[in-house]
Structures are given as C-alpha cells and as structure tokens.
Design a protein around this ligand. Structure first.
Ligand SMILES: *[C@@H]1O[C@H](CO)[C@@H](O)[C@H](O)[C@H]1NC(C)=O
Ligand SMILES: *[C@@H]1O[C@H](CO)[C@@H](O)[C@H](O)[C@H]1NC(C)=O
Length: 945
C-alpha cells in the first residue's frame, strides 16, 4: 500500500536511529500507524490520578470552610474535613475513614482585583510541615497584577436562599459578588441580582491529595510501558468541578486538534470518553479530531451564551491536567440540584500536582474576558512588521546554494516573502548555535544577501544539548550544573536529534540568563542582526522517554519535580531565547522566536505554531479551530504549517491552504524532509499564479494586520477571532468554526473539500457583507450558497468598516514601507463606516514611548474624517511617515457622486469608477477617489459633493 509505506517512512524518519528498528517492527507488526501512535501515550485509565478522580461521586467532598476572616485585604479560611470535625461517626463510612490519613486543614485565600477578577488559592498549611512545598508556577502572572488588588475591608455573612448554612460574601465589582459557602464548601461569583456566573465545587467533587509519609508496604511507583516513575512524594493530585452558568458552549484549553466549541466527554450517551488532556507532548502525525494533548497547554476555559454573555476560568498549574466537559444529565443521580434555572455547563478539572491557583473572569462580553485574562498573564508582544508577512520554511534548505536558489525563484516569480528558515540540518551534528561549515561556509554573507532585499533568516535552536565532550555548550552546562537532573541526581540523559542529550534547566533564572547570553553575536558565531530564532522540541521531546518526553521524576532547580512543571518547561525555554534576542547587539529590536510548546504567558515571548500537522484536507480544516482557540487563550500570533508538515499533497490542496493561510496571524509554509519540494512555483504556471495571488492578498492587508497586532498588544483581543466574539448575540455563530473574523472587519471561510464548486457560507447577522474580491454585497444573517472558483476562498468585508491596504507588491514587506495606502470604505445601511490604522517603525521598542501613528477614519454624512486615535505622544522624537493615500474605494456609495473636496487644502478631486482590486483585472465599478494626495499622518476631511 502506497500510503501505508509513505507513512511508515515518515514516522521512522521522525524517530531516533536507535528506535528506528523497533519502531519499524512495531509498525509492521500492528500494520497500522494509528494504533502505534495511540499506544505511545497514556489514556486516563492508564493515568492513576485521572482514573481515581474520575471515579469519585458528586458530593464526596467533605470539606467545610471555617475560621473565615479578612486578613491583609484577602478573605481567608480553613478548609477542614467535616468527618474529622465530627469526631467518630458510625457505620461503614466510618471504617473507610479510619483507613485514610486524617485530613489536615487546607488554607483557602480569596483575593479580588480590578476589572472583576477573582483569584482563589488553596494549598497545604505550611505551618503543619508538609514533606515538601508544593510548586507554584513562577513568572506567569504579571508582576504588576498584584498592584491591581482591591483590599477587602468587609465580609458579610448571610444564609443564601435554599442553603442550610451561612456564606461569606465580598465585593467583586459593582455588578458582582464573590461568595464562599461554608458547608459544604463552595465558591462562586454571582451577579448582584443573584444569578450565578462561575462556581467551583458546586457538585462536591473537590479533592486535594495532601503530601504525606509513605506507609509501610505502600508502593508509590507507577509504570507505563517500559518506564517506571519512582514518584518519591506519592499521590498529590487535585481535582474539582467548575460550572459555567447561562452558557451555551465552552471553549479554550488548548492544545487539541478538535472543534472550537468543546464537546462533552462524559455523561449519558457519550461513548468516546477520554477527557481533554493538557500535557505538552511531541505527537507524531496527530489526529485531526481528538482530545489528546499536543505540544502546549493553557488551562483557561471560556463560556459563552446568548443571554448572559461570556465568563472564564483559569487554573494556573503546570502539571499534567485532564479536563472533562460534562454532557447534560451527567449528574442526574447525584441528588445535587443547583439553585439556578439557567442553562449550565459543568466541567471537571484534574491535575497531578501543584496547588489551586484559580482565576474567575466575569466578562460580561467576550472581549472583556480576553482583557481580564490579559491583565493576569499579559498581552501579546508586538511583532516586528516582517514577522507578520510570509515565511518560507522546509526541513531542510540544504546549503547556501539552495538558499540562494529559493530566494531568487521568489523574485523570478514575483512572489513576495520575508523570511527564509533553516531547520536542524544546518548545524554541525545537531549542535545548536553551530553551522555545518561544508554546507554553510559563509553564514554571515548568506544572511547579508537576504538582508539586502529586506529579508530575514530564522535558524532553529532546540533545548536538547548534544552530550559531546568537544561541544563547548555541553562542557559549560555540565561544569556549572545547569542541566535538569534525573531521579538519581545525575544530569538527565535522553535521546533526541543529536543522540544522547541533556536539557538546560530553564526554570532557574540564572540558567535562563546564561542561555540568553548564547545568542549574542559574539557567542553565536555566524549570526547577524537579521537572524531570528525557532524553538522546536521544547515540550521537551525525548525520544526514549515515557510518552516521548522527560520522566516525571526528573528534578529541576529548587527540588521541583518535572511532573510539577512539565507544561511550563517549554515556556521558560522560549522566555530565555526571546530574552537572548532582546539582549544581543544593541538590544533595540523586538525579538522574534517561534515556539512549539507553550503555556499561559507565552504570548509575551513570541509566536506559536500548531506543530507537525499533515498534508490533508482534515488538517486544513482543523487548523481554524486550533488557531482560534489559541487566540481565545491569549496567543494571538499563531498559525499552522501551510501545506501540512507530513506527506505530499495535490496542488489544489496546497492552493487552498495558501488562500486560508494568508489570513492566519502567523503565515509560514513548511514541509517534512521526506516530502517532495513544494515551493510555490513547482506546480505549473496556473498554480503558481494562484499561490502568488494568495500571498499577495496577505501583503495587501499587512497594514490592517499590523493594526490588529497592535490592538492585541494593548487589549488582549486576538487578531483572528471566532465569529461569536464579534457577534455575541448571533447564536448561529456559536459553534461555527469553519469561518472566522480577522479583526472586526474581515470574514473568512476556508474551502475544505476537493473540487468544491459551491460553499454554504453563513454571514453573521446585523450587517451586510462585501465580497473582498468582487465588491458584491450580501445580506447578513443568512446562509448563502455561493459559487466557488479556484481563485479564492469566500472572504468579505463587513459593512460599516474601513480597511487600510497597500496594493503595490514588492519583494518583501520591508520594501513596502514607503508605499502609499489604499482605503476601502464599506458603507453600512446608514451610509457610515469606521476604521483604524496603526503604524510605527516596525521593529524597535520606540512605540512604547509613543513613537507611532494611530489614525481613526470615520465616514458619515458624506464625509471622511481622519483624526488622531491616540492620546498625544509623550515622545520627543515622534514617529513620522510621509506616506500618502493613493486610492479610496467606496463600496455602497451611490454612483451619482462626481467629485469631492479635500480640506484643509481645499482641493477638489474627481470621483471615478475604479476596480476594487488593481491586480485582478477587474471591471472598474466602484466610486473611487484617485490620488487624493493626503498624508496618512495628517488630519484631513474629504467631503463627497
Ligand atoms: C506590547 O509589545 C511590546 C513589545 O513586544 C511589549 O514590550 C509590551 O509589554 C506589550 N504590551 C503593551 C501593553 O504594550
Ligand atoms: C454604521 O456605521 C457607523 C460607524 O461605525 C455606526 O456608528 C452606525 O451605528 C452603523 N449603522 C448601522 C445601521 O449599523
């Protein structure tokens, strides 16, 4: 079978040479790559803490809150076991209790922050000498978050309707209270009117396994396949239920290759019963519809419903997590009824270790929740302009000649691109920061040639360091004791691309600084200021480790077990790499580092891609919910490999992928080294033309994208948005993940099937929509059956918006800096529209001092007004631009208008008919102001006469 053979080869190429034979045998024996992959990873039943947690019954939590008080501006309490409190009970339950350890009180702390953010921490009592301090994830919550604390003064105690005992109530916002019910313990947010928003432990599933001494004869070891986890501290998992009220759907908790709206994983009639797993793993050829964990983890869930809007729940915890979404009726037999008639979604969260450090976000709108989450974990870094353009990657561009060839072909075919990437083969024996000097004898010169055309290069730097005595990095790391240790205290030694490898312990700030130093031009020989970085394999991937990663009993800085911080390892590595680029040279340029692994806060350090996808239609389709989910959980700058990493594809799929990828926030073509070459010009003239056109679309919209990246940078609202974020009361959009919005103005729907002639496209209600290609208007709130050509995918501009473009095509975005702008004004039914444009130098941090231009365009009453959208710049070297506007296209304006007057210049211009898109040889059909010759940076008004 041709396909089976192809898969076998790709799979083995990804594995180490040591495993090659075993893998090959396994694959052949099972005769199915699929089952092999699945067996490599644990399911919930093979994961003891998950199995234990899932078997518990609602109402089994016996904790009650006592000693409730205000202390230091927080509400604090003790959580004690009711059984322990009561002394000796009776009957069978009592017997079971006696076998258990006495439950020590837990410390509960509730804090309130500005913008309606509630934080709840639950941990063991340090004064009771637990065997070990449990891990609290450092450097994720922004340091300035603490300054937003509202110091609680007062707590009121009340018996709330239907409860048998008291609750403590504190102020959360003008519209919300935070409530701690004492018995049984429960914590929730409610609106002032009484409706609940988000709650914890309403079903009594809370459980906290406290660290304790090992009993005689007790076996704490866990085995999976050939691996043994020594588990020196024994069981330490935490689990609890969280309910979202007024919710139609829940979203978030990446990374999974699955739908945007999360499907129930437990309850009546649900047969595939794995919970959503959050455990950073290097999964070969992942499935396109599965709750299995992939490369990154963000334990942040968002709920949305029509009547009550949006809320969120975030658990800051870096251990393996498993999350169930309960189907309706799951608790039918529990006897627990919640005091609410609203629609509700219940979820169940389980983590192997750590503490409870949970944040509740009250919304009420989708963008409010985005902002609230960003207040805790930060907004996205503003990328350099070049990074928002097209990237060309392959495993591998062989040598300098290959690089020069690919680069020149882009020019020959008039296809713009900004960045050429080098994968692992460019190094000397997979030793990062080195070059294979046979293939790349003059790396500086190679980079400088690209830089002369305004292009950049990216090289890969992974966390596995080759254990080679002649490698200076290895020698240094060994000597300084900078590697993660194994359970016996030796440097952990695992198998990865270079063979035997060790991993820098980037949890330690000192080791991160050391790592960052390696990016200096002096240390990274052959690097130049136009070189940027790619972090792959930072889950971390360990080919011979359990589940292809590091053993959980490996030990980090401060005695932290790998199990406690696993999901954040790649985050700290990414952080150190970004810091390295920041510090090298004069430290003026914004870093660019792409990472595969991620964690909450990764948005501050760079871009994320969805890892090793496959060249098939299903992976094209699932890329949309995957990127949307990343955006919802704070990571705006993300994309999927265009073309799919594994496997070869038909030109039609490649073209469709470019057409969709042009709207991904991060837009990169990439392919596995076993695939046929797939640079855009290799599929015949027609396909080259189609791909060129798709990439041109991206370059045309770069000013709009950059404006959106700045919006994400200031507000936390992602660049690529689920439809419901823009249309929160249009229920038809809530589970739609075939289409998405880029900002608030552009709607895009992919084509996910072969030979498509038609597509059903639901355009959200409330506005009409202008086809991005033809300018034809369509009604909103309707599913249109549209004809589809090979030339583009369905994409529309919303009526009532103004989109800035640059329509002259150059070799790279750098060469477009001085080009004039086009404004496309799409009028709504009140003949009005508005939009924004953000511009800065595209590379430095000067914008943080106010060195930028931020314009607001408003069209109403037949007048277009350009005004300053930002407070006056505090900078004494304000950023300026001499760029002009060369064209203004007015969609939806009656054809009668003949001229316009520009003020203050008092200069009259004609309105002619022009095409919407210059390069597409279209009919001139839209009222167009050509050469208004107004500067983008100035205040002006254009009146239609
Ligand atoms: C925006 O991006 C810059 C550069 O990446 C970063 O330093 C800053 O913290 C970000 N956030 C805000 C609110 O400017
Ligand atoms: C049209 O757009 C303007 C400007 O954004 C807005 O103020 C107005 O409410 C919109 N009208 C309709 C009917 O949507």
């Amino acid at each position: 079978m041709a396909t089976a053979m192809a898969k076998t080869t790709t799979t083995t190429m990804r594995a180490s040479s040591l495993l090659l034979v075993i893998v090959l045998l396994l694959v052949l024996q099972l005769n199915s790559v699929l089952s092999w992959k699945k067996d490599e990873f644990r399911n919930c039943n093979q994961t003891p803490f998950c199995k234990r947690a899932r078997s518990r019954k609602p109402g089994s939590c016996s904790l009650v809150a006592t000693d409730v008080a205000i202390d230091d501006g927080d509400l604090i309490a003790k959580l004690v076991s009711k059984e322990a409190d009561k002394g000796h009970g009776e009957g069978e339950e009592q017997q079971q209790e006696e076998e258990k350890e006495p439950v020590k009180p837990l410390i509960f702390k509730l804090s309130v922050f500005q913008n309606g953010i509630l934080r709840v921490k639950i941990d063991e009592d340090p004064s009771l000498d637990p065997p070990k301090k449990r891990f609290e994830v450092p450097e994720v919550v922004l340091p300035e978050f603490e300054n937003k604390k509202l110091w609680l003064q007062r707590v009121s105690t009340e018996v709330i309707n239907g409860d048998s005992g008291p609750s403590s109530i504190v102020y959360l916002s003008d519209d919300h209270d935070a409530v701690l019910r004492h018995d049984p313990f429960e914590v929730y947010v409610r609106r002032k009117g009484g409706d609940r928003v988000v709650s914890m432990n309403s079903h009594g599933l809370f459980d906290f396994e406290q660290l304790r001494k090992k009993k005689e004869g007790e076996d704490w070891e866990e085995r999976f396949r050939s691996h043994t986890d020594t588990r020196p501290y024994g069981p330490q998992s935490i689990s609890f239920d969280v309910s979202f009220y007024g919710a139609g759907f829940v979203y978030g908790i990446p990374e999974h290759a699955t739908s945007l709206a999360l499907k129930p994983t437990r309850g009546p009639g649900i047969d595939h019963s794995e919970p959503y797993r959050l455990f950073n793993l290097d999964v070969f050829e992942y499935l396109h519809d599965s709750p299995f964990g992939l490369y990154g983890s963000i334990p942040f869930m968002i709920s949305h419903g029509k009547a009550h809007g949006t809320s969120g729940f975030f658990w800051l915890n870096a251990a393996e997590m498993q999350i169930d979404v309960m189907g309706s009726g799951w608790d039918a037999e529990s006897g627990i009824s919640l005091p609410s008639s609203q629609s509700r979604i219940d979820t169940f969260w389980m983590s192997e270790a750590g503490i409870v450090d949970a944040f509740f976000f009250v919304g009420p709108g989708p963008k409010d929740v985005m902002k609230q989450y960003a207040i805790v974990t930060g907004t996205s870094a503003l990328p350099q302009q070049f990074a928002t353009a097209y990237h060309q990657c392959r495993w591998n561009y062989r040598d300098e000649e290959d690089v020069a060839h690919v680069d020149s072909k882009f020019d020959e075919h008039d296809i713009p691109y900004d960045v050429l990437w080098l994968d692992i083969e460019h190094t000397d024996g997979k030793k990062y920061f080195t070059w294979d000097r046979v293939l790349f004898p003059n790396p500086e010169e190679m980079q400088n040639k690209l830089a002369a055309k305004g292009r950049r290069m990216v090289t890969i730097v992974d966390p596995h360091i080759k254990r080679d005595e002649s490698f200076h990095l290895h020698k240094e790391a060994t000597k300084k004791g900078y590697y993660v240790k194994d359970a016996t205290g030796n440097d952990f030694d695992g198998w990865c691309w270079p063979g035997s490898s060790s991993y820098p312990d980037t949890l330690n700030p000192e080791i991160r600084s050391w790592w960052a130093e390696k990016f200096s031009f002096q240390n990274y020989v052959g690097s130049t200021p136009s070189l940027y970085i790619w972090n792959d394999m930072n889950e971390p991937s360990v080919f011979n480790g359990p589940e292809v990663t590091m053993p959980r009993d490996a030990v980090h800085y401060g005695g932290v077990e790998h199990r406690e911080l696993h999901n954040a390892y790649g985050y700290y590595f990414h952080m150190a790499s970004a810091d390295g680029l920041l510090k090298r040279g004069d430290g003026k340029d914004r870093p660019f580092v792409l990472s595969r692994a991620f964690f909450p806060g990764s948005q501050r350090y760079g871009a994320i891609w969805t890892g090793d996808n496959s060249a098939d239609w299903d992976h094209l389709r699932v890329s949309v919910p995957m990127i949307l989910t990343l955006g919802l959980t704070g990571i705006s700058f993300s994309g999927a490999d265009v073309g799919g990493f594994f496997g070869n594809l038909e030109p039609e799929l490649l073209v469709r992928w470019y057409q969709l990828g042009a709207f991904y926030p991060f837009f990169r073509g990439h392919a596995h080294h076993d695939t046929k070459r797939r640079e855009p010009w290799l599929f015949g003239e027609r396909n080259t033309e189609l791909i060129r056109e798709a990439i041109h679309v991206r370059y045309m919209f770069l000013p709009y994208f950059y404006t959106l990246f700045r919006e994400a940078n200031t507000s936390g609202v992602p660049v690529m948005r689920p439809l419901w974020m823009e249309f929160p009361s249009d229920e038809a959009t809530f589970s739609n993940d075939e289409a998405f919005m880029v900002g608030n103005s552009i709607f895009v729907q992919g084509i996910y099937t072969e030979h498509a002639r038609h597509a059903s496209v639901y355009l959200p209600a409330g506005q009409s929509w202008y086809d991005l290609r033809t300018g034809v208007a369509y009604k909103g709130g309707v599913t249109h059956k549209l004809e589809v050509s090979e030339e583009s995918i369905p994409a529309f501009q919303k009526a009532g918006t103004i989109v800035p473009r640059k329509d002259r095509f150059r070799r790279s975005s750098t060469q477009m800096v001085k080009d004039p702008y086009t404004l496309v004004i799409a009028l709504n039914s009140s003949k009005a529209a508005e939009g924004e444009l953000y511009i800065d130098d595209g590379k430095s941090f000067e914008f943080e001092k106010g060195d930028y231009i931020h314009r607001r365009f408003l069209f109403s009453d037949g007048k277009l007004v350009s005004s300053n959208a930002s407070p006056p710049a505090s900078s004494n070297t304000p950023f300026s631009s001499d760029c002009f506007i060369e064209r203004i296209v007015l969609l939806g304006l009656s054809l009668g208008a003949k001229s316009a007057i520009i003020e203050p210049a008092n200069h009259r211009v004609d309105i002619e008919l022009g095409p919407l898109n210059l390069r597409r040889g279209q009919m001139p059909s839209f009222p167009t102001i050509r050469k208004p010759n107004v500067r983008i940076a100035d205040d002006w008004t254009i009146k239609i006469l």
